[in-house]
Design a protein around this ligand. Structure first.
Ligand SMILES: *[C@@H]1O[C@H](CO)[C@@H](O)[C@H](O)[C@H]1NC(C)=O
Ligand SMILES: *[C@@H]1O[C@H](CO)[C@@H](O)[C@H](O)[C@H]1NC(C)=O
Ligand SMILES: *[C@@H]1O[C@H](CO)[C@@H](O)[C@H](O)[C@H]1NC(C)=O
Ligand SMILES: *[C@@H]1O[C@H](CO)[C@@H](O)[C@H](O)[C@H]1NC(C)=O
Ligand SMILES: *[C@@H]1O[C@H](CO)[C@@H](O)[C@H](O)[C@H]1NC(C)=O
Ligand SMILES: *[C@@H]1O[C@H](CO)[C@@H](O)[C@H](O)[C@H]1NC(C)=O
Ligand SMILES: *[C@@H]1O[C@H](CO)[C@@H](O)[C@H](O)[C@H]1NC(C)=O
Ligand SMILES: *[C@@H]1O[C@H](CO)[C@@H](O)[C@H](O)[C@H]1NC(C)=O
Ligand SMILES: *[C@@H]1O[C@H](CO)[C@@H](O)[C@H](O)[C@H]1NC(C)=O
Ligand SMILES: *[C@@H]1O[C@H](CO)[C@@H](O)[C@H](O)[C@H]1NC(C)=O
Ligand SMILES: *[C@@H]1O[C@H](CO)[C@@H](O)[C@H](O)[C@H]1NC(C)=O
Length: 858
């Protein structure tokens, strides 16, 4: 009787000992412990996010050991151990094998799956599931990670994982899809990095490419319309010591669960967990359309979703086989109709090609030229032309190399050229925002004869169309316009008559062979080319004041003795007639003491010039960042500059009759007059806004990296709030005396916003104040400026104040300012190729400060 009781007790005890480890073991399994399938629960991560245990997928009857979300009600598996060797029945278990490896055992204790690491004989190990979903096997003696499930992924790319490629060893991360929703065994689809090191993500079906992402330009993939990947911290990290080796990774940005799944059906599905609706909601799905299938239209073919058929040959190319093409078999692709001229005239071609650009036409009948496409996913197998990064010209690099078949100049990447057949070209639908500009080299004869006459025809047609529309409009609304126009001209007249008399007699009677463009505004003084050439001593180098984004600026002396600044727009700058006219008409109508005044302009043939009042103290950056001259800027001067810029912007945004967004506000665009009062210059990119329109979506992003707000740089969305962002950066620069981009050698800091934020959170913000103003300043006022600056650089436009509030905030000492949120955009941009390049270039030449133009959408 007694003995049976002891027996029972012993049994109970042994049971307790056996079960004990599990009820205690939350996230770690140590040697000697066992997770039994029948017990119902596996390892749980510390924060209860993931579980490592047994599951049955879909309607399968098998059991698998794997990692899945605990907090998500529908089974969402992120990793499977025994995907090839399922267990039949619920008698399986997980344990650390005697040799220290993590193992999945069947009902008879035989190993069906195990890690394969060599563990020292006298060492013990433990397996831990982390809140990131990572399952690691660590050495108990020294804590070394011996094995990591993130290095052996199945089909899910989780935050913190690395999608890597090692060119030296050939090793790369591959996500292998399941066979079906019910079967985790490896299916036919896989996802990984292009083994050639192009930085593109590929999906393969068996071994053949099914989809590619297109090149990564630091914010998005060219071949994808998902433009906000950066929001998820997505970045490409190149291996600095091994060319072509790299990895992609991303981070958990907020508490929402995020995952990339290579689905069994060949679709990459990125989903975000919506805790309220208790469901995964898709963020990004690729590929979507048939056109995105790799090489759908063969070489030199282009695929367009709306087309019928979807495939066509690129211009200048014809189907290789008409019959098959007509039958809808596009795989053979297209061939060139007229051979390139450079193939024939070996010895003269390079000369005639390079002088081509001198002649300003795309191609003459003998040479080769380019046909441009917009919004395309550029072909696979591109080469990156590094020489162009150092100031070369992508177009001529391609033109001068006979084997170059096409080129694309992509912001964030640089110059891409193609020396092989062009394959997998996709025309994004209009307005989708995907793709980039792409230029295909063609024989001159394919470009449709003289492009000049074409352009002229186009101009004649558009001008006559515009004229007829205007006539109709005038007739229709003459009575409404009459008063307004009268009023506006009256005001302009007073402005210009005063500026003309101020500069003395200006010879306006000289021949001006192309006054048509300016004809709409008869009050704007027009100068002839000769007049300006003589005023600037023939654009002498010694008169050069600087180089702006769109051309050089010269100092000039008018016959009356007045000094002026002449901006000569470079022909190759990409600034078209349209932008020029914008700048001219806008500035002529604006008058404010914090804006530079336009005195006149010159349009003659290809030459376009603007004549501004001259600012003896040049631009703000010449003081702010100059070690000796920055001492001239005491705090009061700096504060007045900040305030002046703010007032100028309020005028632009709100008070002027036209609402104007500057879009390229930066230190070099702030000029200083004789009294060091700021004047905003360079309105070329401003846009006229309708009365109640406060946000626009533009086809061309114009601006300067580092000053551009996230929504503008990424989405092309601009509003007054994008100027507010630039203003915020400017304020931080003025206070600290440091350039926005002068932070390369500081760890984890990429720009001034990140720097300011770090000091702010660490309560060391006073360290940011430039030493020369520390004495002259009121620290409270300086801190207020920094605070306002940080509010201006918030990620979301809605979190930023408008310029009017900024002026109020700066002025009132009593106002309570909101607390800024972390500027993640500035904190999380990846160190990229462009940054490393400018790092080298920054000493000799200020590349970073130049205006860039990115085509975002059409
Ligand atoms: C189980 O899955 C297979 C394959 O997806 C499907 O054909 C079958 O109808 C499913 N059975 C049930 C009962 O859902
Ligand atoms: C930790 O132990 C492992 C063997 O279990 C050994 O390979 C490794 O070198 C050790 N690391 C250190 C830092 O001692
Ligand atoms: C384990 O064995 C290695 C040699 O095999 C020895 O160097 C090490 O000191 C041993 N560690 C322990 C904790 O005994
Ligand atoms: C996390 O960020 C994503 C993307 O910006 C957003 O859609 C989601 O609502 C955010 N979740 C939370 C909990 O803030
Ligand atoms: C992507 O995943 C979500 C959640 O798992 C699912 O609802 C959706 O249908 C998937 N999308 C595609 C295209 O498979
Ligand atoms: C399509 O054309 C290729 C070669 O041009 C040929 O090999 C292939 O069999 C054709 N496919 C079909 C379905 O006709
Ligand atoms: C190359 O140039 C020489 C002299 O300029 C000329 O005689 C020859 O015909 C040219 N060859 C070709 C292939 O154009
Ligand atoms: C001109 O170049 C082509 C192709 O590169 C080559 O086949 C041909 O022999 C060259 N001709 C001469 C005269 O060099
Ligand atoms: C071609 O250019 C080179 C210099 O680049 C020059 O020496 C040569 O004379 C030129 N040839 C012709 C035919 O213009
Ligand atoms: C054409 O190019 C030459 C040098 O390549 C240059 O001297 C000349 O001024 C250019 N002509 C024009 C009209 O720009
Ligand atoms: C451009 O080239 C053509 C011949 O190719 C020549 O007739 C014309 O004079 C050139 N124009 C200029 C401005 O150099």
């Amino acid at each position: 009787m007694k003995s049976t009781r002891i027996y029972q007790l012993l049994i109970l005890l042994s049971l307790v000992i056996f079960i004990l480890p599990l009820s205690f073991a939350v996230d770690t399994l140590t040697q000697g412990q066992v997770i039994k399938d029948g017990d119902g629960e596996g390892l749980r991560s510390a924060g209860d996010v993931f579980e490592f245990g047994f599951f049955t997928p879909g309607n399968s009857t098998y059991r698998y050991a794997g990692v899945f979300y605990r907090s998500v009600p529908v089974l969402s598996v992120v990793w499977v151990a025994n995907r090839k060797t399922p267990l039949d029945g619920t008698a399986g278990s997980i344990a650390i094998a005697p040799d220290g490896n993590l193992a999945v055992l069947d009902d008879e204790g035989a190993t069906v799956w195990a890690t394969d690491v060599a563990v020292a004989t006298n060492d013990t190990t433990a397996a831990t599931i982390k809140d990131s979903g990572q399952l690691v096997l660590t050495s108990a003696t020294n804590g070394t990670v011996l094995w990591d499930s993130f290095d052996h992924p199945t089909d899910t790319f989780l935050p913190g994982m690395k999608l890597s490629l090692n060119r030296r060893t050939g090793r790369r991360t591959i996500f292998q899809a399941w066979k079906s929703p019910n079967d985790p065994s490896p299916g036919k689809y896989s996802l990984g990095l292009d083994p050639t090191g192009s930085g593109q993500i590929f999906i393969w079906k068996a071994r053949r490419p099914r989809w590619r992402s297109g090149q990564w330009d630091n914010t998005r993939f060219i071949g994808s319309t998902m433009r906000a990947l950066y929001l998820y911290g997505f970045k490409l990290v190149p291996d600095p010591y091994d060319k072509g080796s790299m990895y992609f990774t991303y981070t958990q940005v907020n508490s929402s669960l995020l995952r990339f799944v290579m689905q069994w059906d060949g679709v990459e599905n990125t989903t975000l967990y919506d805790g309220e609706r208790k469901a995964w909601k898709p963020v990004w799905v690729q590929p979507v359309t048939e056109c995105e299938t790799y090489a759908k239209c063969g070489s030199y073919g282009i695929c367009s979703d709306g087309g019928s058929p979807i495939c066509s040959c690129l211009r200048g190319f014809v189907p290789r086989s008409e019959d098959e093409w007509r039958r809808g078999n596009w795989s053979a692709g297209c061939v060139r109709r007229s051979a390139l001229a450079c193939l024939f005239n070996n010895n003269t071609s390079t000369n005639s090609s390079s002088t081509n650009s001198n002649n300003s036409s795309a191609a003459d009948s003998k040479g080769d030229g380019f046909y441009g496409l917009q919004g395309v996913k550029v072909p696979d197998k591109s080469d990156w032309d590094a020489t162009v990064e150092n100031g070369g010209d992508c177009r001529s690099a391609c033109l001068n190399n006979c084997s170059c078949k096409a080129y694309a100049q992509v912001s964030g990447i640089g110059c891409l050229t193609w020396g092989v057949d062009l394959i997998d070209v996709y025309q994004f639908p209009q307005g989708s925002g995907g793709g980039t500009d792409f230029y295909v080299k063609l024989a001159g004869s394919e470009l449709g004869g003289n492009t000049k006459t074409k352009i002229w025809k186009a101009i004649v047609i558009s001008v006559s169309a515009a004229l007829s529309i205007m006539i109709i409009l005038c007739v229709l609304s003459w009575w409404k316009w009459n008063a307004a126009i009268k009023d506006c001209w009256k005001r302009d007249k007073t402005h210009f008559s005063s500026s003309i008399s101020m500069k003395g007699r200006v010879d306006l009677s000289g021949p001006s062979d192309n006054t048509q463009e300016a004809g709409n505004d008869p009050e704007l003084p027009l100068f002839t080319f000769d007049f300006i050439a003589s005023a600037t001593s023939n654009f002498d180098e010694s008169n050069k004041l600087g180089e702006g984004g769109f051309g050089d600026v010269y100092k000039g002396l008018l016959p009356g003795g007045q000094e002026v600044a002449v901006k000569r727009l470079s022909r190759s700058s990409g600034q078209g007639q349209e932008e020029f006219k914008n700048e001219m008409i806008l500035i002529a109508k604006l008058q404010h003491r914090n804006l530079v005044r336009l005195l006149g302009c010159c349009i003659q043939g290809e030459e376009k010039m603007l004549v501004y009042e001259y600012m003896p103290n040049k631009s703000l950056d010449a003081f702010l960042f100059d070690p000796t001259r920055q001492e001239l800027l005491d705090w009061k001067t700096r504060y007045d500059i900040i305030e002046g810029i703010a007032r100028g912007l309020v005028y632009l945004h709100r008070d002027s009759r036209l609402r104007i967004i500057h879009r390229d506000l930066k230190a070099s665009n702030i000029l200083l007059d004789g009294e060091m009062k700021p004047k905003i210059s360079d309105f070329g990119m401003a846009r006229i806004f309708g009365r109640d329109q406060n946000q626009g979506n533009t086809t061309r992003v114009v601006g300067t990296f580092g000053y551009m707000s996230p929504e503008y740089a990424m989405e092309g969305l601009f509003s007054g709030k994008s100027d507010v962002y630039s203003f915020g950066v400017l304020v931080l620069e003025i206070v600290s005396g440091r350039r926005n981009n002068s932070f390369h050698n500081m760890t984890n800091i990429i720009n001034i916003v990140g720097y300011a934020w770090r000091l702010w959170t660490e309560d060391r913000i006073t360290e940011m104040v430039h030493p020369t103003i520390e004495e002259s300043c009121s620290m409270a006022q300086v801190l207020r400026c920094i605070h306002v600056g940080l509010l201006c650089v918030q990620d979301h436009a809605n979190d930023r104040p408008d310029m009017q509030s900024v002026v109020l905030m700066l002025a009132s000492e009593a106002a309570l300012l909101p607390t800024p949120k972390p500027p993640t955009f500035a904190l999380e941009r990846s160190p990229n190729r462009m940054d490393t390049l400018t790092e080298n270039a920054v000493e000799s030449y200020d590349v970073d400060d130049r205006t860039i133009t990115v085509v975002v959408a059409r």
